[in-house]
Design a binder for this molecule. Structure first.
Ligand code: C2E
Ligand code: MG
Ligand code: MG
Ligand code: MG
Length: 281
């Protein structure tokens, strides 16, 4: 019986692995057509002010529902695009939806809500992100300061090319946020190299910080770093009322997480906007 169970377990693992390989192969194969049809969606997650209510920004997050495999995780979409030479198409799709959101926000009197888009270091190295982004913002009459690029660090990266592109973007007024700070390879020197104006604390340090002196100490240290360097700090992964209370006690200026709003389709975000403040005469 033990042997049978063992074999069964191996079989399950095997099936699971095969399923994932199938999914990767099919995603790569089908992504090109999906992008051509505009099938991938872009959802937006609220970034809130220190009160936990005010809408300060929106982070664009790609979503793709594969007809056979269901929702494909964003990191796999990005990886598949890079493998298939589709990085620029994907970037343009997310950028276009992000700009559409900025136009909708402005039309509703919420132009101060900043829209942030993720760009992987690999995309940043391979695609002229600075030219593409600045062209689109200019063409649509959108202010660079209302747009933000979120970038994560990666080892074995062409830091020079990435640094130049980020310098061009930030020189034009686009904000740069260093994502997933405190996880992986984030270093203090890259804050300067990447022209960062914002730090996003990785949710591994945030979720459950109320019950962890270690996490709370590290979040407090990043908040101090932000204050010393004049950088805005966002806490990611605020999952509970306890997380929120602990972050508010520490004076964290920007907050994001399931407790404060899940990623939602653009329509749902726009429908949930508070009535805009009347314009001053
Ligand atoms: P990220 O940029 O760090 O985005 C935050 C991720 O955490 C999102 O996952 C979001 O749904 C999730 N999240 C938000 N609040 C909470 C929370 O309270 N608890 C937990 N457990 N998770 C939370 P998602 O959408 O699956 O995206 C994963 C990663 O994929 C992103 O991490 C980003 O690095 C990448 N990504 C997403 N969209 C794009 C894109 O359009 N382009 C590129 N290059 N990368 C993208
Ligand atoms: Mg991000
Ligand atoms: Mg992050
Ligand atoms: Mg991440």
């Amino acid at each position: 019986a033990a042997k049978a169970a063992g074999r069964n377990r191996f079989h399950l693992f095997d099936e699971d692995l095969r399923g994932r390989l199938d999914m990767r192969r099919d995603s790569e194969r089908d992504l090109s057509q999906a992008l051509a049809e505009g099938a991938p969606e872009v959802w937006f997650q609220p970034i809130r002010g220190p009160d936990g209510r005010t809408l300060a920004g929106l982070e664009a997050l790609v979503r793709w529902h594969h007809p056979r495999h269901g929702w494909v995780p964003p990191n796999e979409i990005v990886a598949a695009a890079a493998t298939m030479g589709l990085a620029e198409s994907l970037l343009r799709l997310v950028l276009e939806r992000s700009c559409a959101m900025m136009l909708d926000l402005r039309a509703r009197g919420h132009g101060a809500v900043r829209v942030a888009m993720n760009v992987s270091p690999r995309e940043m190295a391979q695609v002229p992100v600075d030219e593409i982004v600045l062209d689109r913002l200019r063409a649509l009459g959108l202010p660079a300061a209302a747009f933000e690029i979120e970038i994560t660090e990666e080892t074995a990266l062409d830091i020079a090319a990435v640094g130049d592109r980020l310098a061009a973007l930030s020189g034009a007024g686009v904000r740069v946020a260093l994502d997933d700070f405190g996880a992986g390879y984030s270093s203090l020197s890259s804050l300067r190299q990447f022209r960062t104006s914002r730090i996003k604390i990785d949710r591994a340090l945030v979720t459950g910080l109320g019950g962890s002196d270690d996490k709370r100490g590290m979040v407090q240290a990043v908040l101090g770093l932000g204050r010393s360097l004049g950088l805005e700090v966002v806490a990611e992964g605020v999952e509970t009322a306890e997380d929120l209370a602990a972050l508010q006690a520490l004076g964290c200026p920007f907050l994001q997480g399931y407790h404060l709003g899940r990623p939602m389709p653009a329509d749902a975000i726009l429908a949930a906007l508070p009535a805009s403040a009347p314009r001053a005469a």
